[in-house]
Design a protein around this ligand. Structure first.
Ligand code: SDX
Length: 414
């Protein structure tokens, strides 16, 4: 479907084409605006700006809908594993049995050598207090120069190595010796095994299932800050590895993926200060107070984040099954109940987002706070790769926005 809009600029009518998305999103194509009118647009935070056409995921923020390649997240979480979801995001279609087996086999082949000595040598150089996200970002860049002889597929290489990096970061930060990749295990079972293996017992299925669901829920989310960062680097023809490293750094921000760590710090602080929920809700509403309710609000969702609804169920299930009694979950549920019924949050359409409950599950699994955003990155990796690939396949132009200059007029050094 196509259309046009007429813009009357200072009495002169200019016509611009309209682009319609497959789910009827509408965009005015202003790629000739400056040429036709001498004007540019001003849209801080790109709140009203699309930077490209994409077919990977779709979010309807008003209706609380998330689709991965057209499939609703609620169906994906019921019928797919994270590995199957990764294949879908990367290739556009769900794999048949043979394709999935081959995908898993190729990932296992990369790790068959289990030769992580070079990575371990690099570890020794990091200052002891380096944040796991800083280590993950730098190691992702270096991975490019540590190709495995039996693999020439960079997507497979990253998918195979990322869990090993995450597990090594966790084990090294906690003075534990590394656990080797076990290519008899499923992808997420390997992650749990490499993190927590104590003896040769198999990874706890409850933990594997909960983590697999978390990875699925984090796998992609359109043009979020870190994915747009990866796309931006891809537009400059930066390598996939360096683009992912930049995406990791963008995700680290407290307003973005770093919010999961900030939520637990916030809940623990509320609990340790008497658990007075009303007091903290009032602080969050007070413009003069820098406190924000972490894990609440979203640039796109002005309704419930469908992932937060699922994650809350996963949190309640795992607590029950592991008989894990964490007062933080009860506090989070009470806080949510008060906030979603408060006029400020209702009026500003602030609902719990994916980060509000995820940290509670990571804690129940035994993952420390400073590793929460690393786990987010583990989930988001297939989405980042898919977007990097899409930018290159679509031969998108170099991303280079304009600006409104408000600095000094031309002047000379006296
Ligand atoms: C993720 O984009 C994605 O898809 C991201 C993500 C993904 O999967 O990649 O979904 C993952 O990053 C989720 C978001 C995690 N961040 C947090 O939980 C941090 C807390 N949330 C806020 O910082 C905020 O809600 C943002 C940054 C997430 C969104 O901010 P926007 O869209 O820029 O909206 P805004 O800051 O302009 O807020 C609008 C109003 C403001 O009040 P007014 O100036 O209109 O009076 O709502 C208020 C804000 O002050 N507000 C909040 C609030 N979030 C917004 N007030 C109190 N607590 C909050 N959390």
């Amino acid at each position: 479907m196509c259309g046009i809009v007429n813009c009357n600029i200072n009495g002169i009518v200019k016509t611009f084409p309209v682009i319609y998305g497959s789910l009827n999103e509408k965009a005015i194509n202003i790629s000739t605006l400056r040429e036709q009118t001498g004007y540019i647009t001003f849209d801080p935070g790109f709140k009203n700006t699309s930077i490209a056409k994409s077919s990977i995921s779709f979010v309807d923020g008003e209706k609380g809908i998330l689709l991965y390649r057209g499939y609703p997240i609620e169906e994906i979480i019921q019928k797919c594993t994270f590995l199957k979801t990764s294949y879908l995001l990367l290739n556009g279609e769900l794999p048949n049995e043979k394709q999935l087996h081959n995908f898993s086999y190729m990932i296992n082949q990369v790790n068959i050598s289990n030769n992580n000595t070079k990575i371990l040598q690099i570890f020794e150089k990091y200052p002891i207090n380096t944040h796991p996200m800083g280590i993950l970002s730098s190691l992702s860049s270096i991975l490019e120069f540590m190709q495995e002889e039996n693999n020439n597929n960079i997507f497979i290489h990253l998918l195979a190595k990322f869990p090993i990096l995450a597990a090594l970061i966790y084990r090294k930060k906690h003075g534990l010796s590394p656990v080797n990749y076990d290519n008899t295990l499923y992808y997420t079972s390997n992650i749990v095994n490499m993190f927590f293996a104590t003896n040769n017992d198999k990874p706890n299925y409850i933990i594997v299932d909960a983590l697999d669901k978390l990875l699925i829920l984090h796998a992609d989310h359109e043009q979020n800050c870190s994915t747009t960062t990866v796309r931006l680097l891809s537009s400059a023809h930066v390598s996939l590895y360096a683009s992912i490293a930049a995406g990791i750094s963008a995700l680290w921000g407290r307003l973005h993926g770093g919010a999961n760590e900030a939520v637990i710090e916030m809940l623990e602080n509320i609990l340790h200060n008497g658990g007075n929920i009303k007091k903290w809700i009032e602080k969050a509403k007070n413009k003069k107070d820098p406190f924000r309710l972490m894990g609440f609000g979203h640039r796109i969702y002005k309704n419930f984040d469908p992932r937060a609804i699922i994650i809350k169920q996963v949190a309640e299930n795992i607590m029950k099954k592991l008989k894990f009694n964490n007062p933080i979950l009860q506090l989070a549920k009470e806080l949510e109940e008060v906030a979603i019924n408060d006029s400020y949050f209702i009026e500003k359409k602030l609902y719990p987002n994916i980060d509000f409950y995820s940290g509670i599950i990571y804690q129940a699994i035994g993952i420390p706070k400073d590793m929460f955003t690393v786990m987010f990155a583990l989930g988001r990796l297939p989405g980042w790769i898919a977007h990097w690939k899409e930018m290159r396949l679509n031969q998108e132009p170099l991303v280079r926005p304009r600006q409104i200059y408000v600095g000094y007029k031309k002047r000379n050094i006296l």
